[in-house]
Design a protein around this ligand. Structure first.
Ligand SMILES: [Zn+2]
Ligand SMILES: [Zn+2]
Length: 600
């Protein structure tokens, strides 16, 4: 304070006045944000939420004449054009209500635009259905009085998921701008294709539009795949608003539908587009105010997602692609889902979906298990597998390489162990060091697949453990007998981190498996399921399928009851139950018996 007051004494009085006016304006600005989140529209019922932002009770603070809907007035601009958010709540079993999707309603001078129609709703036509809600909003002034000449409205969708187009059929009497690249097989005649840049298309009347003119308010389509192929954001540059659907901002955008590289392009596109608008407000379609999942930072307390969120998201996508940001299991989606965080941004992705077909890039991508999902998900439902892995005392990394192999990196107080070394792409040694520092490093090679031993030459490990010297064909290695152990010191919870060896015959070679009996975790190699990437120059002869089957079954029976989850060099899942694995082993065996087995 003092530092600011002193120079002012030296300024002429006019400067002081200007500063005083400026300060008043800034103060008024701080009191009245440009975008309001909790300004309930007269006649609607407020949402009710837990401290974590989850819907409480019915989702509304009292009985709601508008059924599953409510509406908030976000902004009224100098031209009197208003922006609303319309919320839709979904009743679920056991009296659990959930936030459905958020819709936005933009008024122009000649017409209005409803963005998305949320899930199909239970509503009474003409009483509390979506069209009636929108007409009521457009038909009333902010003070609740009736508007003499209300605007009519058109509709646009952000993407083709059912929770965003659910009430489209109710809008059959008006234009619905629908994503050209998500176009449905049987599009109704009122659908008009929309796509950034517009241009020729096979849909609608043959031309995609790129902008929607509401009269002194121009809304531009922005391509933001790959949450869906046609994912479209709606940009109102004049009012510095960007409606994103599920592309970004929707709590944890799901990127499983397309490669991360495509998302990276989309987020950088948004970053460039919004660069001239430092006070851009991002309007997502879900959970704009959920405090759980580390959302307590940017968007809470009525503040919209901002420019910082966009730049954080761009840095996050870059970081995951470059291998510098490590993901963690995401416990409410699929066993293949991971999420990654960077400051205010996070997203959900899968390891096989980092690169598109034919793309190349940094070859190693790590996820950290068990991660902090449970800790950061207070108040959220939890899948049982997440409960299981959350008990691990020894955290470890699953590293996926571009050859399609999963490596497992464990670290204790005295040494680190890399299980499998991948397909020999450069950069492994530095990557491993970035994760475990300069701990002495040992390596275990589980089988003869070239993706197990490819990286050894880069690593200069202290020991290379194998189940038989024939696995590495004469390369110096330590043969570890069944029941022998690899001691890594203590795990982060202070318990001994010791792995036990158990071997079995498969594909004419002695395969190694390693068990962490304390955490009840089993690591195994390539013998059980098909790789999602073909091996390079590897065609292992199956020496004797029936013998292999018997050997695997015998091996599994010695480990039965000693592990709760298994990690295979072939998979990218963060959890596989013993029951699922047993089925894999016996079905692989069954296939072998039938003479098929793993195709070379
Ligand atoms: Zn979606
Ligand atoms: Zn959605």
């Amino acid at each position: 304070m003092r530092a600011r007051i002193r120079p002012i004494h030296r300024f002429p009085i006019q400067t002081f006045t200007v500063l005083a006016v400026l300060c008043t304006c800034l103060w008024a600005g701080a009191q009245q944000p440009r975008i309001q989140y909790y300004q309930l529209v007269k006649g609607f019922v407020a949402e009710s939420k837990t401290p974590y932002g989850w819907a409480k009770g019915t989702g509304f603070v009292s009985e709601n004449p508008w059924g599953q809907y409510t509406a908030y007035l976000m902004a009224t601009n100098a031209q009197g054009q208003r922006t609303f958010r319309i919320e839709h709540y979904l009743p679920n079993k056991d009296n659990l209500t959930s936030q459905g999707s958020t819709m936005y309603l933009f008024e122009g001078s000649s017409r209005a635009l409803l963005i998305d129609t949320a899930n199909p709703a239970k509503a009474t036509e003409g009483v509390n259905d979506l069209k009636t809600v929108v007409r009521y909003l457009l038909g009333h002034e902010n003070d609740g009085s009736v508007r003499a000449h209300p605007l009519d409205f058109v509709v646009a969708n952000t993407h083709n998921h059912p929770d965003h187009i659910g009430e489209n059929a109710r809008m059959s009497d008006r234009t619905v701008y629908y994503m050209d690249l998500d176009w449905p097989a049987q599009a109704p005649p009122n659908y008009v294709p929309i796509r950034e840049g517009g241009g020729p298309t096979n849909h609608g009347n043959g031309t995609a539009v790129s902008q929607i003119d509401l009269g002194n308010r121009l809304i531009s389509a922005v391509a933001v795949p790959p949450h869906s192929t046609g994912s479209t954001a709606y940009f109102d540059a004049e009012n510095r608003m960007l409606v994103t659907g599920d592309a970004i901002g929707s709590a944890w955008p799901y990127l499983q539908m397309g490669p991360l590289t495509r998302f990276d392009q989309s987020i950088h596109h948004i970053e460039e587009l919004t660069r001239p608008y430092p006070d851009i407000a991002v309007f997502p379609a879900h959970f704009y105010q959920v405090a759980a999942w580390s959302r307590g930072r940017a968007p809470l307390n009525g503040r919209p997602l901002d420019r910082q969120y966009i730049t954080d998201m761009a840095a996050l996508a870059d970081g995951v692609l470059a291998g510098t940001i490590v993901g963690e299991p995401f416990g409410v989606s699929s066993l293949e889902s991971y999420w990654a965080n960077h400051d205010t941004a996070h997203f959900v992705y899968t390891l096989p979906n980092i690169f598109g077909a034919g793309e190349a890039g940094f070859p190693y991508h790590a996820v950290h298990l068990p991660g902090n999902f449970k800790r950061d998900s207070v108040g959220a439902p939890m899948d049982p597998p997440m409960e299981t892995i959350s008990k691990f005392g020894a955290d470890f990394y699953l590293i996926r390489d571009n050859a399609g192999e999963s490596l497992f990196l464990l670290h204790g107080s005295t040494s680190a162990l890399l299980i499998g070394t991948g397909g020999s792409e450069p950069g492994l040694a530095a990557f491993v060091r970035s994760l475990v520092g300069d701990l002495p490093l040992d390596v275990a090679v589980l089988d003869k697949d070239p993706r197990q031993a490819g990286g050894i030459a880069q690593l200069n490990p202290r020991h290379v453990y194998v189940a038989a010297s024939s696995v590495l064909n004469g390369v110096p290695a330590t043969v570890i007998a069944d029941g022998a152990t690899i001691d890594l010191g203590l795990d982060p919870s202070g318990k001994p981190l010791v792995l036990e060896a158990a071997s079995f015959q498969s594909d004419g070679v002695t395969n190694l498996s390693l068990l962490n009996p304390t955490d009840r975790v089993l690591f195994a190699g390539n013998a059980f399921e098909k790789h999602d990437a073909p091996p390079r120059g590897f065609g292992p002869p199956r020496s004797n399928p029936e013998q292999d089957r018997a050997a695997r079954v015998a091996w599994l029976s010695t480990l039965k009851g000693r592990f709760d989850t298994v990690y295979l060099a072939t998979n990218t899942r963060w959890f596989t139950s013993p029951e699922t694995f047993e089925t894999t082993v016996s079905s692989a065996a069954a296939a072998s018996v039938g003479g098929g087995g793993r195709t070379p």
